[in-house]
Design a protein around this ligand. Structure first.
Ligand code: ATP
Length: 337
Protein backbone atom coordinates (compact mmCIF):
# COMPACT_ATOMS: atom_id res chain seq x y z
CA UNK A 1 0.00 0.00 0.00
CA UNK A 2 1.46 3.34 -1.09
CA UNK A 3 0.29 6.43 0.80
CA UNK A 4 -0.12 9.29 -1.67
CA UNK A 5 -0.73 12.85 -0.53
CA UNK A 6 -2.49 14.74 -3.32
CA UNK A 7 -2.51 18.53 -3.38
CA UNK A 8 -5.56 19.26 -5.51
CA UNK A 9 -4.43 22.78 -6.43
CA UNK A 10 -6.06 25.85 -7.97
CA UNK A 11 -7.29 26.77 -11.46
CA UNK A 12 -7.30 23.56 -13.51
CA UNK A 13 -5.75 21.69 -10.53
CA UNK A 14 -9.01 20.14 -9.22
CA UNK A 15 -9.96 18.90 -12.74
CA UNK A 16 -6.52 17.34 -13.19
CA UNK A 17 -6.76 15.82 -9.70
CA UNK A 18 -10.11 14.17 -10.51
CA UNK A 19 -8.50 12.69 -13.62
CA UNK A 20 -5.52 11.46 -11.57
CA UNK A 21 -7.78 9.83 -8.96
CA UNK A 22 -9.78 8.00 -11.69
CA UNK A 23 -6.58 6.65 -13.20
CA UNK A 24 -5.10 5.63 -9.82
CA UNK A 25 -8.39 3.89 -8.89
CA UNK A 26 -8.33 2.00 -12.18
CA UNK A 27 -4.72 0.92 -11.62
CA UNK A 28 -5.69 -0.25 -8.14
CA UNK A 29 -8.76 -2.19 -9.29
CA UNK A 30 -7.28 -3.75 -12.42
CA UNK A 31 -3.63 -4.25 -11.51
CA UNK A 32 -3.66 -4.62 -7.73
CA UNK A 33 -1.22 -1.84 -6.85
CA UNK A 34 -2.79 -0.39 -3.71
CA UNK A 35 -2.93 3.32 -3.00
CA UNK A 36 -4.24 5.31 -0.08
CA UNK A 37 -4.93 8.80 -1.42
CA UNK A 38 -5.29 11.78 0.92
CA UNK A 39 -6.57 14.94 -0.74
CA UNK A 40 -4.96 18.13 0.59
CA UNK A 41 -5.71 21.81 0.16
CA UNK A 42 -2.69 24.06 -0.33
CA UNK A 43 -2.26 27.19 -2.44
CA UNK A 44 -4.68 30.05 -3.06
CA UNK A 45 -7.68 28.20 -1.60
CA UNK A 46 -5.79 27.33 1.59
CA UNK A 47 -4.57 30.93 1.89
CA UNK A 48 -8.16 32.14 1.64
CA UNK A 49 -9.50 29.58 4.12
CA UNK A 50 -6.71 29.42 6.70
CA UNK A 51 -4.45 32.42 6.08
CA UNK A 52 -1.60 30.09 5.09
CA UNK A 53 -0.86 28.79 1.58
CA UNK A 54 0.88 25.75 3.07
CA UNK A 55 -0.85 24.87 6.37
CA UNK A 56 1.18 22.92 8.96
CA UNK A 57 -1.16 19.90 8.95
CA UNK A 58 -0.72 19.62 5.17
CA UNK A 59 3.06 19.51 5.61
CA UNK A 60 2.67 16.87 8.35
CA UNK A 61 0.46 14.68 6.12
CA UNK A 62 2.93 14.98 3.24
CA UNK A 63 5.83 14.00 5.50
CA UNK A 64 3.90 10.93 6.67
CA UNK A 65 3.14 9.73 3.14
CA UNK A 66 5.26 7.69 0.73
CA UNK A 67 5.04 10.22 -2.07
CA UNK A 68 3.30 13.47 -3.02
CA UNK A 69 1.35 14.35 -6.14
CA UNK A 70 0.79 18.05 -6.62
CA UNK A 71 -1.63 19.60 -9.08
CA UNK A 72 -0.73 23.19 -10.04
CA UNK A 73 -1.42 25.95 -7.53
CA UNK A 74 -2.11 29.58 -8.40
CA UNK A 75 -0.64 32.89 -7.31
CA UNK A 76 0.71 31.44 -4.05
CA UNK A 77 2.84 28.82 -5.87
CA UNK A 78 6.08 30.24 -4.44
CA UNK A 79 4.73 29.72 -0.92
CA UNK A 80 3.85 26.10 -1.65
CA UNK A 81 6.11 24.36 -4.14
CA UNK A 82 9.25 26.41 -3.63
CA UNK A 83 8.92 25.91 0.14
CA UNK A 84 8.21 22.17 -0.18
CA UNK A 85 11.19 21.64 -2.47
CA UNK A 86 13.52 23.20 0.07
CA UNK A 87 11.82 21.80 3.18
CA UNK A 88 11.92 18.22 1.84
CA UNK A 89 15.29 18.73 0.14
CA UNK A 90 13.90 17.75 -3.25
CA UNK A 91 17.04 18.89 -4.98
CA UNK A 92 16.56 17.49 -8.47
CA UNK A 93 13.79 18.69 -10.74
CA UNK A 94 13.49 16.34 -13.70
CA UNK A 95 11.62 17.63 -16.72
CA UNK A 96 11.52 15.31 -19.72
CA UNK A 97 10.47 16.55 -23.16
CA UNK A 98 9.53 13.65 -25.34
CA UNK A 99 7.81 13.67 -28.72
CA UNK A 100 4.35 12.17 -28.99
CA UNK A 101 2.67 11.42 -32.31
CA UNK A 102 0.50 13.94 -34.17
CA UNK A 103 1.25 16.90 -31.92
CA UNK A 104 1.06 20.53 -32.97
CA UNK A 105 4.81 20.54 -32.28
CA UNK A 106 7.96 21.98 -33.78
CA UNK A 107 9.53 18.52 -33.84
CA UNK A 108 8.36 14.93 -33.59
CA UNK A 109 11.70 13.20 -32.90
CA UNK A 110 12.84 14.62 -29.58
CA UNK A 111 13.68 12.79 -26.37
CA UNK A 112 15.56 14.94 -23.88
CA UNK A 113 15.47 15.77 -20.21
CA UNK A 114 16.23 18.90 -18.23
CA UNK A 115 17.79 18.29 -14.81
CA UNK A 116 17.24 21.48 -12.88
CA UNK A 117 18.80 22.34 -9.52
CA UNK A 118 15.80 22.86 -7.29
CA UNK A 119 16.88 24.42 -3.99
CA UNK A 120 19.10 27.44 -4.72
CA UNK A 121 19.65 30.30 -7.17
CA UNK A 122 17.30 33.29 -7.30
CA UNK A 123 14.41 31.13 -6.07
CA UNK A 124 15.36 31.15 -2.39
CA UNK A 125 13.25 34.27 -1.90
CA UNK A 126 16.10 36.33 -0.49
CA UNK A 127 14.91 39.63 -1.90
CA UNK A 128 14.69 43.04 -0.30
CA UNK A 129 14.25 46.71 -1.03
CA UNK A 130 17.24 49.01 -0.70
CA UNK A 131 16.30 52.66 -1.01
CA UNK A 132 14.67 53.01 -4.38
CA UNK A 133 16.15 49.73 -5.64
CA UNK A 134 15.31 46.06 -5.23
CA UNK A 135 17.93 43.39 -4.57
CA UNK A 136 17.79 39.61 -4.98
CA UNK A 137 20.50 37.29 -3.70
CA UNK A 138 21.61 34.52 -6.01
CA UNK A 139 22.91 31.59 -4.01
CA UNK A 140 24.89 28.82 -5.68
CA UNK A 141 26.84 26.33 -3.57
CA UNK A 142 29.48 23.83 -4.59
CA UNK A 143 27.73 21.01 -2.73
CA UNK A 144 24.35 21.56 -4.40
CA UNK A 145 25.98 22.05 -7.83
CA UNK A 146 27.98 18.83 -7.56
CA UNK A 147 24.95 16.93 -6.28
CA UNK A 148 22.79 17.97 -9.24
CA UNK A 149 25.64 17.40 -11.71
CA UNK A 150 26.08 13.86 -10.38
CA UNK A 151 22.35 13.28 -10.76
CA UNK A 152 22.51 14.46 -14.38
CA UNK A 153 25.40 12.13 -15.24
CA UNK A 154 23.68 9.19 -13.55
CA UNK A 155 20.55 10.02 -15.58
CA UNK A 156 22.56 10.11 -18.81
CA UNK A 157 24.14 6.77 -17.94
CA UNK A 158 20.77 5.10 -17.52
CA UNK A 159 19.10 6.58 -20.57
CA UNK A 160 19.03 4.65 -23.78
CA UNK A 161 20.24 7.61 -25.77
CA UNK A 162 23.30 9.52 -26.95
CA UNK A 163 24.77 9.67 -23.42
CA UNK A 164 25.55 13.33 -23.29
CA UNK A 165 25.28 16.01 -20.60
CA UNK A 166 25.06 19.69 -21.51
CA UNK A 167 25.84 22.06 -18.63
CA UNK A 168 23.94 25.32 -19.18
CA UNK A 169 25.03 28.52 -17.47
CA UNK A 170 26.10 32.12 -18.09
CA UNK A 171 29.51 32.18 -16.48
CA UNK A 172 30.85 34.79 -18.90
CA UNK A 173 28.62 37.34 -17.13
CA UNK A 174 27.85 35.82 -13.74
CA UNK A 175 31.45 34.82 -13.19
CA UNK A 176 31.29 33.98 -9.50
CA UNK A 177 27.93 32.17 -9.20
CA UNK A 178 27.73 30.46 -12.59
CA UNK A 179 31.51 30.14 -12.60
CA UNK A 180 31.16 27.96 -9.52
CA UNK A 181 28.29 25.95 -11.03
CA UNK A 182 30.20 25.31 -14.26
CA UNK A 183 33.38 24.33 -12.41
CA UNK A 184 31.44 21.86 -10.25
CA UNK A 185 29.92 20.25 -13.36
CA UNK A 186 33.34 20.01 -15.05
CA UNK A 187 34.78 18.31 -11.98
CA UNK A 188 31.94 15.79 -11.75
CA UNK A 189 32.22 15.09 -15.50
CA UNK A 190 35.71 13.63 -14.89
CA UNK A 191 34.10 10.75 -12.99
CA UNK A 192 32.04 9.87 -16.08
CA UNK A 193 34.47 9.49 -19.01
CA UNK A 194 31.88 7.39 -20.90
CA UNK A 195 29.42 10.33 -20.99
CA UNK A 196 30.00 13.16 -23.47
CA UNK A 197 30.12 16.55 -21.80
CA UNK A 198 29.68 20.07 -23.13
CA UNK A 199 29.03 23.54 -21.73
CA UNK A 200 26.62 26.03 -23.26
CA UNK A 201 25.59 29.56 -22.38
CA UNK A 202 21.91 29.86 -21.53
CA UNK A 203 21.09 32.23 -24.40
CA UNK A 204 22.71 29.82 -26.89
CA UNK A 205 20.77 26.97 -25.30
CA UNK A 206 17.45 28.84 -25.69
CA UNK A 207 18.29 29.28 -29.38
CA UNK A 208 19.49 25.72 -29.93
CA UNK A 209 16.37 24.25 -28.33
CA UNK A 210 14.53 25.66 -31.35
CA UNK A 211 17.29 25.28 -33.96
CA UNK A 212 18.62 21.82 -33.22
CA UNK A 213 16.81 20.23 -30.25
CA UNK A 214 17.89 16.75 -31.42
CA UNK A 215 21.43 17.57 -30.23
CA UNK A 216 20.32 17.54 -26.56
CA UNK A 217 20.16 14.52 -24.30
CA UNK A 218 20.48 15.60 -20.64
CA UNK A 219 20.67 19.30 -19.80
CA UNK A 220 21.84 20.25 -16.31
CA UNK A 221 21.29 23.79 -15.15
CA UNK A 222 20.47 26.14 -12.28
CA UNK A 223 16.98 26.75 -10.89
CA UNK A 224 15.75 29.81 -12.81
CA UNK A 225 17.29 28.84 -16.17
CA UNK A 226 15.83 25.33 -15.79
CA UNK A 227 12.38 26.71 -15.11
CA UNK A 228 12.41 28.82 -18.27
CA UNK A 229 14.16 26.34 -20.58
CA UNK A 230 11.80 23.50 -19.62
CA UNK A 231 8.73 25.53 -20.64
CA UNK A 232 10.50 26.09 -23.96
CA UNK A 233 11.51 22.46 -24.46
CA UNK A 234 7.97 21.30 -23.65
CA UNK A 235 6.69 23.61 -26.37
CA UNK A 236 9.11 22.08 -28.88
CA UNK A 237 7.36 18.72 -28.45
CA UNK A 238 3.77 19.92 -28.26
CA UNK A 239 3.09 22.12 -25.28
CA UNK A 240 2.62 22.27 -21.55
CA UNK A 241 -0.38 19.93 -21.60
CA UNK A 242 2.00 16.99 -22.13
CA UNK A 243 4.79 18.09 -19.75
CA UNK A 244 5.35 16.23 -16.46
CA UNK A 245 7.96 16.90 -13.77
CA UNK A 246 9.52 15.10 -10.83
CA UNK A 247 11.03 16.75 -7.76
CA UNK A 248 13.39 14.19 -6.25
CA UNK A 249 15.31 13.98 -3.00
CA UNK A 250 17.26 11.06 -1.60
CA UNK A 251 14.27 9.56 0.19
CA UNK A 252 11.13 11.47 -0.85
CA UNK A 253 9.65 12.74 -4.10
CA UNK A 254 6.93 15.03 -5.37
CA UNK A 255 5.45 14.83 -8.87
CA UNK A 256 3.61 17.66 -10.65
CA UNK A 257 2.90 19.07 -14.10
CA UNK A 258 5.41 21.61 -15.43
CA UNK A 259 2.66 24.14 -16.04
CA UNK A 260 0.83 26.46 -13.66
CA UNK A 261 -2.84 26.76 -12.72
CA UNK A 262 -3.95 27.98 -16.20
CA UNK A 263 -6.81 30.12 -14.85
CA UNK A 264 -7.78 31.07 -18.41
CA UNK A 265 -9.18 27.57 -19.03
CA UNK A 266 -10.15 26.57 -15.48
CA UNK A 267 -13.61 25.09 -14.89
CA UNK A 268 -14.22 24.47 -18.61
CA UNK A 269 -13.39 20.76 -18.64
CA UNK A 270 -10.90 21.29 -21.49
CA UNK A 271 -7.55 20.99 -19.67
CA UNK A 272 -5.22 18.27 -20.88
CA UNK A 273 -4.68 15.88 -17.95
CA UNK A 274 -1.70 14.16 -19.67
CA UNK A 275 0.84 16.38 -17.89
CA UNK A 276 -0.43 15.11 -14.53
CA UNK A 277 -0.96 11.52 -15.71
CA UNK A 278 2.60 11.41 -17.07
CA UNK A 279 3.70 12.70 -13.66
CA UNK A 280 1.97 9.60 -12.22
CA UNK A 281 3.99 7.55 -14.71
CA UNK A 282 7.17 9.12 -13.28
CA UNK A 283 5.88 8.46 -9.75
CA UNK A 284 5.34 4.78 -10.54
CA UNK A 285 8.90 4.50 -11.88
CA UNK A 286 10.22 6.13 -8.71
CA UNK A 287 8.13 3.87 -6.42
CA UNK A 288 9.29 0.87 -8.46
CA UNK A 289 12.94 1.78 -7.96
CA UNK A 290 12.56 2.67 -4.29
CA UNK A 291 10.58 -0.42 -3.29
CA UNK A 292 11.96 -2.81 -5.87
CA UNK A 293 8.40 -3.23 -7.12
CA UNK A 294 8.27 -4.66 -10.62
CA UNK A 295 4.53 -4.09 -10.85
CA UNK A 296 5.07 -0.33 -10.56
CA UNK A 297 7.63 -0.36 -13.42
CA UNK A 298 5.25 -2.33 -15.63
CA UNK A 299 2.37 -0.01 -14.78
CA UNK A 300 4.47 3.07 -15.55
CA UNK A 301 5.19 1.68 -19.02
CA UNK A 302 1.57 0.74 -19.57
CA UNK A 303 0.25 4.14 -18.53
CA UNK A 304 2.67 5.94 -20.86
CA UNK A 305 1.91 3.68 -23.81
CA UNK A 306 -1.84 4.07 -23.20
CA UNK A 307 -1.52 7.86 -23.43
CA UNK A 308 0.81 7.50 -26.45
CA UNK A 309 -1.62 5.20 -28.30
CA UNK A 310 -4.59 7.39 -27.52
CA UNK A 311 -3.08 10.57 -28.93
CA UNK A 312 -1.75 8.57 -31.89
CA UNK A 313 -5.31 7.48 -32.66
CA UNK A 314 -6.37 11.14 -32.71
CA UNK A 315 -8.20 11.12 -29.38
CA UNK A 316 -6.88 14.34 -27.89
CA UNK A 317 -7.76 17.42 -25.91
CA UNK A 318 -8.14 20.86 -27.48
CA UNK A 319 -4.65 22.19 -26.65
CA UNK A 320 -3.05 19.52 -28.84
CA UNK A 321 -5.51 19.73 -31.70
CA UNK A 322 -8.31 17.43 -30.52
CA UNK A 323 -11.88 17.90 -29.35
CA UNK A 324 -12.10 15.71 -26.23
CA UNK A 325 -12.95 17.13 -22.85
CA UNK A 326 -10.84 16.38 -19.78
CA UNK A 327 -13.38 13.82 -18.55
CA UNK A 328 -13.80 12.16 -21.98
CA UNK A 329 -10.05 11.84 -22.43
CA UNK A 330 -9.65 10.45 -18.89
CA UNK A 331 -12.47 7.93 -19.47
CA UNK A 332 -10.73 6.70 -22.63
CA UNK A 333 -7.55 6.18 -20.65
CA UNK A 334 -9.23 4.26 -17.84
CA UNK A 335 -11.20 2.16 -20.40
CA UNK A 336 -8.01 1.37 -22.34
CA UNK A 337 -6.07 0.52 -19.20
P1 ATP B 1 3.15 29.58 -13.93
O1 ATP B 1 3.93 30.84 -13.98
O2 ATP B 1 2.47 29.33 -12.63
O3 ATP B 1 3.90 28.38 -14.44
P2 ATP B 1 1.91 30.48 -16.37
O4 ATP B 1 1.36 31.86 -16.25
O5 ATP B 1 3.22 30.27 -17.06
O6 ATP B 1 1.91 29.77 -14.93
P3 ATP B 1 0.48 28.22 -17.10
O7 ATP B 1 -0.66 28.11 -16.21
O8 ATP B 1 1.68 27.40 -16.81
O9 ATP B 1 0.85 29.71 -17.17
O10 ATP B 1 0.05 27.89 -18.59
C1 ATP B 1 0.20 28.75 -19.69
C2 ATP B 1 -0.93 28.48 -20.67
O11 ATP B 1 -0.77 27.18 -21.24
C3 ATP B 1 -2.28 28.47 -19.96
O12 ATP B 1 -2.79 29.74 -19.90
C4 ATP B 1 -3.09 27.50 -20.78
O13 ATP B 1 -3.75 28.15 -21.82
C5 ATP B 1 -2.03 26.53 -21.34
N1 ATP B 1 -2.01 25.29 -20.54
C6 ATP B 1 -1.24 25.02 -19.48
N2 ATP B 1 -1.48 23.80 -19.00
C7 ATP B 1 -2.43 23.25 -19.78
C8 ATP B 1 -3.12 21.99 -19.80
N3 ATP B 1 -2.87 21.01 -18.90
N4 ATP B 1 -4.04 21.79 -20.75
C9 ATP B 1 -4.30 22.73 -21.66
N5 ATP B 1 -3.69 23.93 -21.72
C10 ATP B 1 -2.77 24.21 -20.77
Amino acid sequence: MYKISLITGDGIGPELSDSAISVLNTIQEKYGIEFEITKLIAGDKALEQTGKALPDDVVETIKNSDVCLKAPVGESAADVIVVLRRMLDLYANIRPSKSYPHMPALRDDIDMVIVRENTEDLYTGKEFSLGDSAVALRIISEAASKRIAKYAFETAKQRNSMKKVTCVHKSNVMRVTDGLFAKACVEVSKDYPEIKFEEMYVDACAMNLIRQPEKFDVVVTTNLFGDILSDESSQVVGGLGMAPAANLGDSFALFEPVHGAAFDIAGQNIANPSSFLLSIKMMLDWLGAKHNDQKCFEMAKKLESTIFDLVKSGIKTKDIGGDKTTTEFTKQITDNL
